[in-house]
Design a protein around this ligand. Structure first.
Ligand SMILES: Cc1ncc(COP(=O)(O)O)c(C=O)c1O
Length: 398
């Protein structure tokens, strides 16, 4: 059996966290902004009834972020919102009072002058920043970790950004981007926080809440009962914290049992939860997993507070679980639609499948209370952002 480890936390034993950051009010502001962007449409919430039946649960929904703005991943929700907030602040007018057109209009451009946004990325975030910079008529510089897929680099360059693959791992590429911002007076749009750099990542997390708010609305429109279980994949944890924070704000004690899923090569949240000593625990060196979007070794400080307070389980697993999820969603049960889901998008589906079919420790399934009445919510956070690897995996070559 592939590597699979868990930290399980009985509910009700930890103090809560401040959820202002991810409140429905903040989510509403972000959603209003996104609704004004070209190409905005809520991504589909797909019901996989065949898979649910086959796994012996009541419901499985998967939010398909491959359809987000034509960018094949959810990430642009965060960068675009944080960048727009920066610009509106410079213009001295709250973003809530501006249309997107106003932000890109010649008058705003003249007032703002030339601005360069800089970031580090394993692909999706940088593509989103490059896309938003292009829409806003500004420049973007993007640094990628060693070993990044050429296709992901080209997708960023195709948005007009200056992008390169560095010799660093993700966390050191972030430090490089930070240094370059300081040296050149660029604005760092990083999707993770550390002491002294928390405002922009907070806006990025608020941008991600659009995805959760759409899901809530879609569930209501389908007349569905709320999910009992939620699986969220994590790199630095900004996405997981944003989604869990939003759902906790809405559902409180009725929030779903939530599992945070990471690659075993980059399981910084798992290690931090395991140590449970008040300190953040890092993974260093090369993080050699095909789940490139999740290969981050240092937790996001502001998101961790939410995750630490409200997550019920931390799961650390090998690449095989991602491959399993990719295949499962590419070749669905009869009657279920295909969901094109990449390495970081599909791992939660792979883990759920393994748990329910007895290919992952049964004590985890029992502790999570997964059974025939469970209604499970998953998020496929990316499509086939590395098409070569996607084809190789779904054709069963690994
Ligand atoms: C496809 C995909 N899923 C999930 C994540 C995880 O997000 P976070 O780093 O905020 O935990 C990323 C991050 O880049 C990603 O690209």
């Amino acid at each position: 059996m592939e590597h699979f480890a868990s930290v399980l936390r009985p509910r009700g034993q930890r103090p809560g966290a401040d959820l202002t950051l991810t409140s429905p009010g903040e989510a509403e502001k972000a959603r209003r902004f996104h609704s004004g962007l070209p190409g905005y449409a809520p991504t589909p919430l797909v019901s996989l009834d065949g898979l649910a039946h086959s796994l012996g649960v009541s419901k499985i929904w998967i939010k398909d972020e491959s359809k987000r703005f034509g960018l094949n991943a959810f990430k642009a929700l965060g960068g675009s919102y944080a960048m727009a907030r920066c610009l509106s602040e410079k213009l001295g007018k709250p973003l809530e009072e501006m249309s997107f057109e106003e932000l890109c209009a010649p008058a705003a451009r003249r007032a703002l002058g030339d601005i360069t946004f800089v970031t580090a990325t394993d692909g999706n975030h940088g593509r989103g920043v490059a896309w938003a910079a292009r829409l806003l008529g500004q420049k973007a510089v993007v640094y990628m970790p060693k070993g990044s897929a050429a296709e992901r680099l080209e997708n960023i360059r195709a948005q007009g950004a200056q992008a390169e693959i560095t010799e660093y791992n993700y966390d050191d590429a972030v430090r490089l981007a930070n240094r370059m911002a300081e040296e050149h007076g660029w604005i760092l749009i990083q999707d993770t926080a550390w002491p002294g750099y928390e405002e922009i990542p907070a806006h990025i997390m608020q941008g991600y809440t659009t995805l959760a708010a759409e899901t809530l609305q879609q569930l209501e429109e389908q007349g569905a009962e709320r999910p009992t279980h939620l699986f969220l994949q994590a790199g630095v944890g900004s996405f997981a914290g944003a989604a869990l924070g939003f759902f906790t704000s809405v559902w409180g004690e009725e929030r779903p049992v939530t599992a945070i899923v990471e690659p075993d090569r980059a399981d910084c949240l798992f290690r931090t939860a395991q140590a449970d000593d008040g300190a953040l625990h890092f993974v260093t060196g090369d993080m050699d997993s095909m789940m490139a979007g999740l290969c981050c070794g240092e937790p996001c400080t502001i998101s961790w507070k939410i995750i630490d307070a409200y997550a019920d389980a931390f799961l650390s697993c090998g690449d095989g679980y991602a491959a399993r999820g990719m295949r499962l969603l590419a070749r669905p049960e009869e009657g279920d639609p295909v969901v094109v889901s990449g390495e970081s998008g599909a791992v939660t589906a792979g883990v759920l499948d393994a748990l329910m079919r007895g290919d992952a420790p049964s004590e985890v399934r029992q502790a999570l209370g997964l059974n025939e009445s469970s209604r499970v919510l998953l998020v496929s956070t990316e499509g086939d952002t590395d098409q070569e690897n996607y084809q190789r995996i779904i054709n069963g070559e690994d």
